[in-house]
Each structure stands twice: as structure tokens, then as C-alpha cells.
Design a protein around this ligand. Structure first.
Ligand SMILES: Nc1ncnc2c1ncn2[C@@H]1O[C@H](COP(=O)(O)OP(=O)(O)OP(=O)(O)O)[C@@H](O)[C@H]1O
Ligand SMILES: [Mg+2]
Length: 490
């Protein structure tokens, strides 16, 4: 049996010397069914950060054997092959009371339907996002103040997202899934952005949201959806930069059985899945020129054909798009089609970088601090005025996302009830602490310089690892290793 422990979480849970878990389960023990070593590392790290103990198994037999021996608070089942679905079905029938979260890095509408048929409590798919996973776990295991309804739910991080059961076409109120999108907005430019967003939300206008990485493009898109008449319907997010062209086409428009090698059955595209709702095309500037032509056709006619299909599919979908590149510049450079630019640029919302709205930093810190302690079931924590002032002076090249990660890190690593400037000095890499104009610091170690530079390149390229690796002149595997070993956030 290849039962493996989450070694970094050992301090949190009691286990016997043979590596088997001790008889008394902790309240927060999670069983993970997984075979992919890369995902295993990511899951291990995320669960540890969330104060969850974890045990890893890799097959249906091991899953059932482990649960018969020792209860778990929840199971995370990585959907990697058809056997994974059978594992979920088996554990559902023998242990119906244990919450199950399914996870897959790649998903098609058919897979979503198959997984939801297994009656999982949550399905997360797309690029791995530890925070989203922890939010799902916390909602299931530590429901606390937020009221969470029963029934299956979906959470689709980077590649795609769509709300509630696809197959039954059910729609749930967004607030049932989680508290409505809450946007801190105290800066005049941001207030203007939200004012315009409020005006155009009820319409069906296409909206282009521009801003540096981490400025809040996705949260604003969700806000628009939730304030539109489509709020009860699907919000589907597609990260156009995360998928190769042919996969993106098949994800967006679907395909017919036999239309290409590997197309073993008909698959619906995300335009069909989001019918009646909103599709959010993130990183639209990454789309190839060929795909841009195909997208333009759909935007103009609201109809398309699945790959290999002759039947015209009509949909009613609102399109929101985002880019961290200046699309006008991309048009001038010939990398983005003029006609598509004018088609999506009906309304443009420009999100200012965090360094231009530092007055929001205290409220953002307060908001993140309150949320993390609640989600992780930690005692109340606060930031001293001096600590807030220190954070207000940081560069924040990664914008609100970097601030959010920093607050989380400080809460996890500092021991006192109040976080002070010394905690920031001790726990936050000097690269983050660098004020915007101090581009050279003689105290930086080589690793810190690497961390800063790699994070900058990743941010500049919207997190696209292939492109970043090319610029850094290293291979992608080395880049992944550096991200992990230097603990790079971007
Ligand atoms: N004004 C805000 N109030 C509260 N939280 C915010 C705000 N802006 C951003 N956030 C939070 O910061 C994080 C980053 O925001 P988001 O994902 O929307 O940024 P983005 O611009 O889409 O980033 P990227 O370009 O990297 O995709 C999210 O967790 C989001 O909830
Ligand atoms: Mg985004």
C-alpha cells in the first residue's frame, strides 16, 4: 500500500511510528486520492498552509481501506482517469457522510457532468489554486458565519468556471455559493470604475477590463455578472492564455465525435455551457490571430458550429474580457485584430495599479485579515498602525493579489495577536518590501534577486510560464522548480 504522509503537516496531526495515522482522527484530517506527483506537492503545500492534516493514497482500494481504518473529515479526489470516477462512486456509496471535493487540472463539459453525477460536494478544475481549494474545504468543514447551502457546487479556478449543475441546468443564487463579491473601493478612480460597472451591469454590453496583473479584473467581472439579470445563471471563466490554440477552440466551441484524433464523443463548448449567462475571456490578448477571427464571428452572430459539426448552435451569452496588456498597443503592433478590439471595446474599465491607490491598503488589509482568520478558524488578529504604514509603502508590483498573499503569510507566520513592522521585516522577502523607486538594494541575496526578477517576468507575461521561460532562457521545468524552491508568488 502506498499510503503516504504529508510530512510538512506532521506537527499538526498525530501519527504512529509506522507512518499509519493514530487511532484518533484530528478534526481536520483530509484524505487525498491522487497519482500525479506534481499535483501532490501542490496539494500538500496548500493543505499544510490551511492547517489541515493530510494522507495521500493512489487507488480505489487504498481509499476504501484507509477510510475503513480511520475516518477523514473530507476527501479530495483528483480526477485523472476513468478509474477516479469509480473511486468516487465507491466511496460515495460506502461513506456517504464524508464530503468529497473533486479536482482536475483539465476539464471538459462532459467531465464536469460525469463528476457531478457522482454527487461530489464541490468540483474544482483548471490551474491549481491553493486558496480556492482551502476556501471550498473551509466552507464544507468550518461553515462558521457564512451560510452555505447543500447540494453540489462547482469552483473553476483558472481555466474555466461555471456555476452549479450543468446537466440539470439548475441555477443557484450566487450568494448560496459564497458571500457575494465584495470589492474594497475607496480610491476615486476605482469608485469611478465601479460607478460605470454599476451602470452597464444590467445591460448586455461587452466589457473590456484592463489592468496590471492582480489589480482585480476577475473580481470586477464577477461583480458585473452578479449585478446583471444573468446573476442566477452560469459565470464561465476561460483563461485564454492557459490553453494551446486547438484546445482553446475545442473548449470554447465544443466538438463532434470523431472530429479529430481523440474526439471519442461529442463535447459541448463553454459558449454552450454558459448559454443565458456570462462568459469571461481572461487574458484575451493571448489569443492567436486565428482564434480571434473565430471569436469575432461568434460575438457578431451569437452562433457557431462545433468543431467537425455542421449544425449551427445559437446562444445568448454576455461576453466580458480582460487583459493585462494594453490591447490598443497590441493592435498597433499587429498582434490583436482591430475589428475584434472595437467589438469588445464597447466599454473599457481601466483598473489602476495598487501603487496608485495606496489609500485602499488599510481596508484591504483589514478585509483580508478578517477573512483568513475566519476561514482558517484562527483567533482574531490585527495589524498595528505602524505595520499598516510599512505595508502602505511597499512596491506591490503584484498588486492586490500580492498584498493578499502577504497578509496571509504574516497571519500564518507571526505569533503575536498584533502584527508589527518587525514581523514584516522577519517574514516578508525584501523584494516585496522594496519601495517602488529603490530598484537597487545591496542587501539582497542572489536568491532574492532571482525571486524578484522571475516574479516580475511572470507578472509581465500574465503568469504564462512558457513565455516567461523563453524570456528567462530556461526551460519550463526549471522555471517550475524555481517557483517552488524560491517560493515565488506573482
Ligand atoms: N478591490 C478589491 N477588494 C477586495 N479584494 C480584491 C480587490 N481587488 C482584488 N482583490 C482580490 O485580489 C485577488 C486578485 O484579484 P483578481 O484575481 O480579480 O485580479 P486579476 O486582475 O484578475 O489578476 P490576474 O491578471 O493575475 O489574473 C483576488 O483574490 C481578489 O479577490
Ligand atoms: Mg485574473
Amino acid at each position: 500500500m502506498s499510503l503516504q504522509k504529508n510530512t510538512s503537516a506532521e506537527a499538526l496531526i498525530s501519527r504512529d511510528e509506522t507512518g499509519e495515522a493514530a487511532a484518533q482522527p484530528t478534526e481536520t484530517d483530509v484524505l487525498v486520492v491522487n497519482r500525479d506527483p506534481e499535483v501532490r506537492i501542490l496539494l500538500n503545500k496548500a493543505l499544510f498552509a490551511g492547517n489541515y492534516g493530510s494522507t495521500f493514497v493512489s487507488s480505489a482500494e487504498e481509499t476504501l481501506a484507509s477510510l475503513r481504518r480511520r475516518a477523514a473529515s473530507a476527501v479530495i479526489a483528483c480526477v485523472e482517469n476513468p478509474e477516479s470516477l469509480m473511486t468516487i462512486q465507491a466511496l460515495r456509496s460506502e461513506f456517504p457522510q464524508i464530503p468529497v471535493i473533486a479536482f482536475s487540472r483539465f476539464a471538459t463539459p462532459d467531465l464536469v457532468r460525469d463528476v457531478m453525477r457522482c454527487r461530489v460536494d464541490d468540483f474544482i478544475f483548471g490551474t491549481f489554486n491553493g486558496r480556492r481549494l482551502l476556501t471550498c474545504l473551509n466552507e464544507l468543514l468550518r461553515p462558521a458565519e457564512e451560510s452555505v447551502g447543500g447540494g453540489p457546487r462547482l469552483d473553476m479556478p483558472a481555466a474555466t468556471r461555471q456555476r452549479d449543475a450543468v446537466e440539470e441546468g439548475r441555477s443557484a443564487s450566487p450568494s448560496r455559493r459564497r458571500a457575494s463579491v465584495e470589492i474594497i473601493c475607496e480610491n476615486q478612480k476605482m469608485q469611478r470604475v465601479l460607478e460605470i460597472a454599476g451602470k452597464i451591469a444590467p445591460t448586455d454590453s461587452t466589457v473590456l477590463i484592463q489592468g496590471e496583473s492582480g489589480t482585480g479584473k476577475e473580481i470586477v467581472a464577477r461583480w458585473i455578472h452578479e449585478h446583471s439579470h444573468r446573476a442566477g445563471k452560469a459565470f464561465v471563466e476561460v483563461n485564454c492564455g492557459a490553453l494551446p490554440e486547438n484546445l482553446l477552440e475545442s473548449q470554447l466551441f465544443g466538438h463532434e465525435k470523431g472530429s479529430f484524433t481523440g474526439a471519442v464523443q461529442r463535447q459541448l463548448g463553454l459558449f454552450e455551457v454558459s448559454d443565458g449567462g456570462t462568459i469571461f475571456l481572461d487574458e484575451i490578448g493571448e489569443m492567436s490571430l486565428d482564434m480571434q477571427v473565430k471569436l469575432l464571428r461568434v460575438l457578431q452572430s451569437q452562433e457557431f458550429r462545433r468543431i467537425g459539426g455542421s449544425h449551427v448552435v445559437r446562444v445568448n451569452v454576455r461576453v466580458l474580457a480582460a487583459s493585462n496588456r494594453d490591447l490598443k498597443e497590441e493592435v498597433q503592433e499587429g498582434r490583436f485584430r482591430t475589428d475584434l478590439f472595437y467589438r469588445i471595446n464597447v466599454i473599457t474599465l481601466e483598473l489602476p495599479p495598487l501603487r496608485e491607490r495606496r489609500e485602499e491598503i488599510p481596508s484591504l488589509i483589514g478585509n483580508f485579515c478578517e477573512r483568513f482568520t475566519r476561514e482558517k478558524g484562527l483567533p482574531r488578529r490585527s495589524f498595528s498602525p505602524a505595520a499598516i504604514e510599512t505595508l502602505q509603502k511597499c512596491a506591490w508590483e503584484g498588486n492586490v493579489r500580492e498584498l493578499e498573499n502577504t497578509v496571509e503569510r504574516l497571519i500564518l507566520l507571526s505569533s503575536g495577536e498584533t502584527i508589527e513592522p518587525e514581523d514584516i521585516e522577519e517574514h516578508i522577502p525584501s523584494g516585496t518590501r522594496l519601495a517602488l523607486d529603490s530598484s537597487f538594494s545591496p542587501q539582497l541575496s542572489l536568491d532574492e534577486v532571482k525571486r524578484i526578477h522571475i516574479a516580475r517576468v511572470l507578472r509581465e507575461n500574465g503568469g504564462n510560464k512558457m513565455r516567461s521561460a523563453r524570456i528567462l532562457k530556461i526551460n519550463v521545468k526549471t522555471l517550475y522548480n524555481l517557483i517552488r524552491s524560491l517560493d515565488i508568488t506573482y
